[in-house]
Write a protein that binds this ligand. Structure first.
Ligand code: RTP
Ligand code: MG
Length: 155
């Protein structure tokens, strides 16, 4: 009889250059919040790669400094999974502007590790479509692995 499969939502988390020195601590917080880390990669983006990742913001006033920031040092990209992973991760990192996060969401990760409206420590995909696109950007060979129910003792 075929085994039943359950598909858990996944998203892309990025620890940005300003927070990479806290990567181990942040990964612990990720798992403590019920996410599974499926894949992880430390890379330094070229300005061209950073422009591709943030192409939706091309032409905006902050685009050039965003690209300089995102290519200024190593980053850690993680594929993380749990029920409602996309919205849960965005909730855990908090508002885009770390200064606002410190006021309104003091327990959020951007409040804890970020500095201002640009240096905000963490990225999270904002939709299913961007999550899949961004996961492919960092992990081109990534495939959706089904998790089999009742099969944990054998795998
Ligand atoms: P992210 O894509 O990094 O998860 O951030 P987000 O969705 O919360 O915010 P988004 O609007 O997509 O902005 C992307 C990144 O650009 C920088 N930013 N700078 N100076 C500014 O006004 C400004 N606004 C945005 C931030 O690093 C932000 O995370
Ligand atoms: Mg965004």
């Amino acid at each position: 009889m075929p085994k039943p499969h359950i598909y858990v939502e996944r998203t892309l988390a990025v620890i940005k250059p300003d927070a990479v020195h806290h990567a181990d601590e942040i990964e612990d917080i990720i798992t403590q919040n019920g996410f599974s880390v499926l894949q992880k990669r430390k890379v330094q983006l070229t300005p061209e790669q950073a422009s591709e990742l943030y192409s939706e913001h091309f032409g905006k006033m902050f685009f050039p400094s965003l690209i300089t920031y995102m290519s200024s040092g190593p980053i850690v990209a993680l594929v993380i999974a749990k029920d409602k992973a996309i919205s849960s991760w965005r909730e855990l990192i908090g508002p885009t502007n770390a200064l606002i996060a410190k006021q309104s969401h003091p327990d959020s990760l951007r409040a804890k590790y970020g500095t201002d409206d640009q240096q905000n420590a963490l990225h999270g995909s904002d939709s299913f479509t961007s999550a899949e696109k961004e996961i492919r950007f960092f992990f081109p060979d990534s495939i959706v692995e089904p998790i089999s129910i009742g099969d944990s003792a054998k795998s």
